[in-house]
Design a binder for this molecule. Structure first.
Ligand code: PLP
Length: 406
């Protein structure tokens, strides 16, 4: 009889957001009809832009005509889309060959799957960070058990991000082999400088480590001096894989489209240049049959001049929502950080974050995300998401300001 993958049993609790959904469900059973205001999961709320809709419609119409109908496409993605992505990097002075770009159905699957092309090694993560990096390495068997006292998995290097280091970690003292960096970071909403990224590129080259760089929120970087891609740091192509998404920048959360960049220059122990790239190609062509051709037409449109301009409007909308949340929290005398796009607030009197979750729900009917769900250094913090209609954001902030008992 076949057994199960017992590494799944090492996972602590359920995945964060279903867990929150379960608690909110219980609250609604006790308080039927309550209008719960959601600043929890980072789900987009505003419609796709006209340019993207035109692209998606073109994709659908192509399927209606025998002359333009296409079935399976290249697993790596439509060449026109990969060229458009390469072109966008080129505007920031980064040269990529289309063979280094792999289109996918999103940054979550890519950031989950990328570890599968590497062997055993030490994992390092920002603490707090997007839970997918840790959980997928637990499932892959690269970690030990969860320690309930430290709230850490054994054999993972946690790199604390806190007020003292402006929420960007120091390079690890031990030797890390696979380093996950997310910039702007989810959940802190803070943005790294080029020098900060350079410390990791230097570390990775010196220690023959690989950086998995998640740039899903790069569109929320407003300061033109700050890097939007790790490849703005010289030599990053020798050590970094970049993962990106159309979800947050163009509203594709439900459409599903992303990409990863695996440079040919990237080498790991005992490999020649190009080997890691070819492994990811092998992985994708074996496990994945390509992103939807409709979504890819939408993606090509999103990266056109008109598409980019329109999507900037969406990004600005969420950024403004974030400012409204931050102003509300600060008006209560509480500290709030980030804004790209998440707001990372300190809980009152360092209250445990799950306790604050209950308090906010019970008193203000607002759902946020407990900082502890993103790693032990998230304890004492709370994430508020700016994704939502403006009137809902305003209602939620008003309810926090008037109803939260401090
Ligand atoms: C850091 C980070 N990466 C990736 C994703 C998911 O991106 P996608 O929708 O492209 O799968 C999210 C979604 O919240 C995220 O926060």
């Amino acid at each position: 009889m076949v057994g199960i993958n017992e590494d799944y049993d090492k996972l602590e609790g359920g995945y964060l957001f279903p867990e929150i959904g379960r608690i909110v469900g219980k609250f609604l059973e006790r308080n039927p009809g309550t209008n719960v205001l959601k600043l929890g999961i980072g789900n987009t709320s505003e419609p796709l832009t006209p340019a993207v809709i035109e692209g998606l419609e073109r994709g659908v119409k192509n399927l209606a005509d025998v002359k333009t109908y296409r079935g399976y496409g290249d697993e790596q993605g439509e060449k026109r889309l990969r060229e458009a992505i390469a072109n966008n990097y080129n505007h920031r002075g980064i040269e990529l060959d289309v063979s280094e770009i792999f289109v996918s159905d999103g940054a979550k699957p890519d950031s989950a799957n990328i570890q599968s092309i590497f062997g055993a090694g030490n994992i390092a993560v920002q603490d707090p960070s997007y839970p997918v990096y840790v959980d997928t390495n637990v499932i892959a068997g690269r970690t030990g058990k969860f320690n309930k006292v430290t709230s850490q998995y054994e054999d993972i290097i946690y790199m604390p991000c806190n007020v003292e280091n402006n929420f960007f970690p120091d390079v690890p003292e031990e030797k890390a082999d696979l380093i996950y960096l997310c910039n702007p970071n989810n959940p802190t909403g803070t943005v790294a400088t080029k020098n900060q990224l350079k410390t990791f590129v230097d570390y990775a080259i010196e220690n023959e480590a690989v950086i998995i760089y998640d740039a899903a929120y790069q569109a929320f970087i407003t300061d033109p001096k700050l890097p939007r891609s790790i490849y703005e740091v010289p030599e990053a192509k020798d050590c970094a894989i970049e993962i990106n998404s159309f979800s947050k920048s163009h509203g594709f959360t439900g459409v599903r489209l992303g990409w990863s960049v695996v440079p040919k220059d990237l080498v790991v122990e005992n490999t020649e240049p190009g080997k890691v790239n070819s492994l990811w190609n092998r992985r994708q062509t074996t496990f994945f049959n390509g992103a939807s051709n409709i979504a890819q037409e939408g993606g090509i449109a999103a990266l056109s001049e008109k598409g980019l301009k329109e999507s900037q409007g969406l990004v600005n909308y969420y950024l403004r929502n974030g400012e409204i949340i931050k102003e509300g929290v600060e008006s209560l005398g509480l500290k709030a950080y980030g804004g790209a796009p998440y707001i990372w607030m300190e809980t009152p009197d360092k209250m445990p974050s799950w306790e604050f979750f209950d308090k906010l729900l019970e008193e203000s009917y607002v759902v946020g995300t407990p900082g502890a769900g993103f790693g032990p250094s998230g304890e004492g913090f709370f994430r508020l998401s700016p994704h939502g209609h403006r009137e809902d954001i305003e209602k939620a902030v008003e309810s926090i300001v008037y109803n939260l008992k401090l």
